[in-house]
Design a binder for this molecule. Structure first.
Ligand code: NAD
Ligand code: TYD
Length: 342
């Protein structure tokens, strides 16, 4: 493994992974292939381009564009693909599912075809704990059935089933990680923490869905990227691995802690109409990856504090985003909800 294509590397987790991998593997050459959708942002990789000149390359392309993907694999003599590229936001998948099918399902298929055609050493898929669906009690194990409930999680589950079929049918060298809710620097300000931190900095309302008692397992982005890297190095072909923060919390408690750190009042929280099909709880059993020697390291409050500080100190990064396409999405998603908020 030396010539790695990181698809979706201009997004949140992908850009954190690119930075980590270039430091951790001095012999790697990394090609980021990214369409630069609303969520892709070359600002996320600005320091990388400067620091790792000669080992880092960028190609703007769609993973669903077979010719462009094949040309880049050929040109850069790629031996490994790590696929972060996806439409990633549940609320957008409810408003407009189309791009989710094109990118998350068809795009993954094209990357699998490249894996087969060029005889790559590895295809790694960055998947999500949401493929298991709602988990009222207990902890999801890798052998549990996939029961996705949103167009987003269904598109990720569909990709996983294609990957499974390429393993069984073509003996493709695949691995999968299923990460839990990730937070940290460079997250597009549409997800719970990145949206609420940036809204709170500006004293704007925080639209909390339903009763706020939904449970997520919060994973610091550095723990997530180390988990992906660990599976690339030590994972068994054909296997999926859960990557969880072992840190279950109710949404309302996460938001209260964030407000305390930022020194903002809880009166900013507005209870709004719930998300349709909203999964109440995700929770991962991480023993399989732990057995390979990985464990989450972040202390939640410390990592949240670092994340809040990052958004406070990097307002240039998110203000640019929030003044663009984001405004139209925010209006569609929240205007009516906030008008009826309690
Ligand atoms: P993101 O939305 O921040 O970034 C997605 C990136 O993919 C962007 O750079 C975008 O431009 C690119 N992209 C989208 N469509 C593309 C296409 N057709 N061709 C090429 N590039 C394309 O996403 P993220 O939060 O960094 O998530 C990365 C991956 O991790 C996704 O596959 C997601 O399903 C998975 N994941 C995310 C979380 C989370 O909490 N954010 C948790 C578990 C798994
Ligand atoms: P999100 O960050 O969208 O991640 P996911 O749905 O993939 O878990 O949401 C995390 C939790 O926060 C989820 O229970 C939905 C809730 N949420 C809100 O209450 N309000 C919001 O505006 C958003 C974006 C999320």
């Amino acid at each position: 493994m030396k010539h790695i294509m990181i698809t979706g590397g201009a997004g949140f987790i992908g850009s954190n992974y690119v930075r980590y991998a270039l430091e951790a593997h001095p012999d790697w050459h990394i090609v980021v292939l990214d369409k630069l959708t609303y969520a892709g942002n070359l600002d996320n990789l600005k320091d990388v381009a400067e620091r790792f000149h000669g080992r880092y390359y960028f190609v703007q392309a769609d993973i669903a564009d077979r010719e462009a993907v094949f040309a880049a694999v050929r040109q850069y003599r790629i031996d490994t693909i790590v696929n972060f590229a996806a439409e990633s936001h549940v609320d957008r998948s409810i408003l407009d599912p189309d791009a989710f099918i094109k990118t998350d399902v068809y795009g993954t298929y094209v990357l699998l075809e490249a894996t087969r055609e060029f005889g790559l050493e590895r295809f790694h898929q960055v998947s999500t704990d949401e493929v298991y669906g709602d988990v009222p009690t207990g902890y999801s194990q890798e052998t549990d059935p996939l029961e996705p409930n949103s167009p987003y999680s269904a598109s990720k589950a569909a990709a996983e089933l294609l990957i499974r079929s390429y393993r069984v049918t073509y003996n493709a060298p695949v691995t999968v990680t299923r990460g839990s809710n990730t937070f940290g620097p460079y997250q597009y300000p549409e997800k719970l923490l990145s949206l609420f931190i940036t809204n709170a900095i500006d004293d704007q309302p925080l639209p909390l869905y339903g009763d706020g008692m939904q449970v997520r397992d919060w994973l610091y982005v550095m723990d997530h990227v180390r988990g992906i890297d660990h599976v690339l190095m030590h994972g068994q072909l054909g296997e999926a691995y859960n990557v969880g923060g072992e840190n279950e919390r109710h949404n309302i408690d996460v938001i209260r802690m964030m407000l305390r750190i930022l020194g903002k009042p809880e009166s900013l929280i507005k209870r709004v109409a719930d998300r349709p099909g909203h999964d109440r709880r995700y929770a991962l059993d991480t023993r399989k990856l732990r057995a390979l020697g990985w464990a989450p390291r972040a202390d939640f409050e410390g990592a949240l504090r670092e994340t809040v500080d990052w958004y406070v100190n990097n307002a240039w990064w998110w203000r640019k985003i929030k003044s663009g396409e984001f405004k139209e999405f925010y209006r569609r998603q929240y205007a009516e909800r906030l008008a009826q908020a309690v």
